[in-house]
Design a protein around this ligand. Structure first.
Ligand code: HEM
Length: 424
């Protein structure tokens, strides 16, 4: 092994030990940021988020960050025009969690920009997500869901993530982008590498893989854009290329927007399907209710988003001093908005830790955030989730988990790496 690689490894190990020790200490003394970090390795993250909310609607961490956790306060912050996603010096809202320059494409996307740039770029991508456009995807999603189940039905055992929840959204995004079949597997692999970096890049190897994935992704977007310029279609890339040629967005904006749509729409939807099936099979009654009445699928998706949100938290920065819960929060303060805690707030949801398929206000969750950054793909995610649950429950009513599955270790994105199930 080369000397530099050995040194890199030693540095990784030492820094990981130091970071883990300081976060463990923070969690042990009940610091809200320490507690949030501890959810990466726990199967019951909900209990930790409940504990954070019980500390009070707004708490200050020893790290200097604030944590908002009641439903009312989280919603208020997300809708407050005095609060944004960038510091006054241009940094993004969270202090850089990674020790490596991750060259993060998402930091340049409109998810990470404040108005007016955010509004300008979001407006250009929005036509591709109008309800009338999303509805046209239903038949195609259903066909993909059925084709994936055809492959596993006879086997009896399969991996819900690898065989179903994973491939479904990647097929849908590939359609949205007009990606040819030959590139789809590699496209999915790149999407995985980039999505895994959302919780911070923690090793040189990951940093290298990420840089490589970015290069490849940009290359792929360039090839697709060149093709669409010659032969425009009704896909999102054609629409964005048109906006670039009209001078409404730069080539960098185009790359960042494509990367955002890929990453925001891929891993999150995989986790929605995986988390929903896992939670419903664990409680069993919700699953039996869905099997008996597939019209419950839409609300089952909302209840799952509430109880097991694929995106557990986001963050914001104060652009001026504001008073929250009686405390004056200075300009440029980072506020972690604990969406998972808000979704389990007993002030809004009765018996919040129970999965109730018919919960009347399940859709009041904040899993898609709120305010100007409200998820642009929410309609598409809801449609994919609902078709996935309906198809699964109709075709495999006796579905059950074989074991607890293997979770991904993330703080922001929560879901399974694999979930073995049996259909007989
Ligand atoms: C269950 C699946 C999904 C969940 C839980 C989810 C969640 C979220 C959340 C929480 C945000 C806002 C973050 C913040 O306020 O800081 C967001 C933004 C966004 N999402 Fe989703 N998302 C999902 C699926 C999708 C899909 C399928 C797409 C598109 C293909 C998509 C595209 C976007 C975009 C473009 C934004 C940025 C909006 C903006 O900044 O104005 N999402 N999503």
């Amino acid at each position: 092994m080369a000397a530099t690689t050995l040194l890199e490894k030693a540095f990784d190990v030492l820094t990981a030990v130091r970071d883990a020790a300081s976060l463990k200490f923070l969690a042990a003394i009940g610091d809200p940021v320490g507690l949030i970090e501890s959810t990466a390795h726990t199967s019951d993250a909900g209990a930790v988020h409940d504990r954070i909310r019980r500390l009070g609607p707004l708490t200050r961490s020893r790290t200097g960050m604030y944590v908002a956790s009641s439903h009312e306060l989280c919603q208020q912050i997300l809708r407050d025009p005095r609060v944004g996603v960038r510091h006054s010096d241009g940094r993004e809202s969270l202090p850089d969690e990674s020790r490596y320059d991750a060259d993060n494409l998402l930091l340049d996307s409109f998810l990470s920009l404040d108005d007016p740039d955010h509004a300008r770029l979001r407006r250009l991508a929005a036509p591709g997500f109008r309800p009338a456009v999303i509805r046209t995807y239903a038949a195609r999603i259903e066909a993909v869901a059925n084709r994936l189940l055809d492959r596993v039905e006879d086997a009896g055992h399969f991996d819900l993530i690898g065989d179903f929840a994973g491939p479904l959204p990647i097929e849908v995004i590939s359609d949205l982008f007009g990606i040819p079949d030959v590139n789809r597997t590699r496209f999915a692999e790149i999407g995985n590498v980039v999505a895994q970096s959302l919780d911070g890049v923690t090793s040189y190897r990951q940093a290298r893989e990420l840089a490589e994935a970015h290069r490849e992704l940009i290359g792929l977007f360039d090839v697709l854009s060149a093709e669409r310029r010659v032969r425009p279609g009704d896909d999102v890339i054609s629409m964005l290329v048109g906006a670039t040629d009209a001078g409404d967005m730069t080539a960098d904006d185009l790359h960042a927007t494509c990367a955002l749509l890929l990453i925001a729409g891929f891993e999150t939807t995989v986790n929605l399907i995986g988390n929903a099936v896992s939670a419903m099979l664990a409680a069993r009654e919700p699953w039996e209710q869905l099997v008996a009445d597939s019209a419950l699928a839409d609300n089952a998706v909302e209840e799952s988003l509430r109880l097991e949100p694929p995106v557990q938290l986001t963050s914001r920065v104060t652009h001026e001093p504001i008073t929250l819960c009686g405390s004056l929060i200075p300009t440029d303060s980072t506020i972690v908005v604990d969406l998972a805690a808000a979704n389990r707030d007993p002030a809004v949801f009765d018996d919040p830790s129970a999965f109730r398929v018919s919960r009347a206000n399940a859709a009041d969750h904040l899993a898609f955030s709120s305010g100007v950054h409200y998820c642009l793909g929410a309609g598409l995610a809801r449609l994919e989730g609902s078709i996935a649950l309906r198809t699964l429950s109709q075709r495999l009513p006796r579905l059950r988990t074989v074991d607890g599955g293997r979770r991904r270790h993330g703080v922001t994105l929560r879901g399974f790496a694999s979930l073995p199930v049996s259909s007989s």
